[in-house]
Design a protein around this ligand. Structure first.
Ligand SMILES: [Mg+2]
Length: 406
């Protein structure tokens, strides 16, 4: 193998299992709106079956039709093989070897981007499957939990198309999150740029006004992160606005520049009055290496459903630790990926927070209906260690049937 991979750690012999099938279910919320910024309006549920009857489930955060094709498309040559065919007959406990086999076998179709995102769903399903087969939670197979609780942050939900509606919706969402015990929150403030909410075009001063309103709503004691979703073109323009944000005590500023603009990130990381966070879209450790070593960002945000899966995210976490950087994983999908993220956080001491919204606070129907995760938010604002085997997620298969479009 050209480089390291991660496989389950456990004592004793592994149950003898062979993969017999890989199913890909494309789900779409019937009321989805393509002008919304949320990627949780669709999903792919990957189910890996074995001859022993044990199954695993995973999902990724990328176009589900494309991910299904990446997994099922027939192979035509040695550097363009079929992921599904590579998995059939294989031992599911060899996760690291299977990851490398998929990575090498799809090299001319992938190495970055969609193939890696699709592999993330497969990897997640394999971890779930192995945990279930051994009767152990995924965190135990990742080397064992190093902490008894983790702290989630609430992603505040915007609404409306006018400035006042947008600001007030975020403040109302902050009130709700505070009322149920969240000790940390992340507010989106994106009323301009490529990812602007609802086609808005507001000035940068008004972005500061929203930040001031949210901070005032939650008071001084709650940790506040800000996601501006690729708002600025360069570090200098960004600094003109954020140089005045120190007074709002921002824990980090997420994706202020375009994701490929790593040299500008480094300028910002050096001069901004708060840490800079990036990584939600990235695929593989190699993109994170560039992000941290060239882009110099202080907070890395691997998404288990995009970076290459739970194992690849673990490698990114270890790279961040070696560089003295924080991890705050990205995850905006259903309970399947959110659980994967949580299990990773329980073996990552330098993971400051995870992104988590209880289903009842979330607008997206797939988040609310598809999967019931084991995670619970305690009144002290923490999530205790999950105990169930695998990812500890119960999928409602009637919901899969209801929203399945391919
Ligand atoms: Mg974001």
């Amino acid at each position: 193998m050209p480089f390291a991979t991660v496989s389950p750690q456990f004592s004793g012999p592994a149950p003898r299992l062979k993969i017999t099938d890989v199913e890909c279910h494309v789900l779409l919320a019937p009321d989805y709106d393509a002008s919304f910024t949320s990627s949780a309006q669709d999903s792919i549920v990957v189910v890996i079956r074995t001859d022993g009857g044990v199954t695993g489930i995973g999902e990724c955060d990328a176009n589900p039709w494309m991910a299904k094709t990446c997994i099922e498309a027939p192979g035509t040559h040695t550097m363009g093989l079929c992921i599904k065919e590579m998995l059939i007959g294989a031992d599911p406990f060899q996760i690291g070897e299977l990851w490398m086999k998929m990575y090498l076998g799809t090299a001319m179709n992938g190495r970055r981007g969609m193939i890696i995102h699709a592999m993330s769903a497969v990897d997640m399903a394999l971890w779930d499957l192995c945990g279930k087969a051994l009767g152990k939670p995924v965190h135990a197979l990742l080397g064992g939990a190093t902490r008894q609780s983790i702290t989630p942050y609430a992603s505040l939900q915007p609404a409306g198309h006018r400035f006042e509606e947008y600001r007030d919706a975020l403040c109302a969402s902050a009130e709700k999150a505070k009322a149920i015990g969240f000790k940390a929150m992340k507010t989106e403030i994106t009323m301009n740029g490529p990812y602007a909410h609802g086609g808005m075009r507001e000035s940068y001063e008004r972005h500061t006004e929203v930040l001031a309103a949210v901070r005032k709503t939650i008071g001084p004691d709650i940790t506040l992160m800000v996601d501006v979703q690729y708002l600025w073109e360069d570090a200098a323009t960004c600094l003109q606005t954020v140089k005045d944000w120190a007074e709002f005590n921002v824990f980090f500023l997420e994706t202020p520049l375009w994701s490929d603009n790593v040299r500008e990130m480094a300028k910002l990381a050096e001069r901004a009055p708060m840490p800079i966070a990036f990584g939600e879209w990235l695929a593989t450790r190699f993109e994170f290496e560039e992000l941290m070593d060239v882009g110099k960002v202080q907070v890395a945000q691997p998404d288990v459903g995009r970076v290459g899966g739970i194992g690849e995210a673990k490698i990114v976490c270890d790279m961040a630790k070696a560089r003295g950087r924080l991890i705050v994983p990205h995850c905006w999908k259903t309970g399947i990926s959110i659980s994967g993220t949580a299990h990773l956080a329980f073996v990552t001491d330098h993971c400051a927070f995870i992104e988590y919204l209880p289903p009842q606070l979330c607008h997206e129907r797939l988040r609310r209906e598809l999967a019931q995760e084991e995670l619970v938010l305690l009144p002290d604002g923490t999530i205790p260690l999950p105990q169930k085997p695998g990812l500890g997620v119960e999928v409602d298969w009637d919901v899969v049937k209801r929203y399945r479009v391919a």
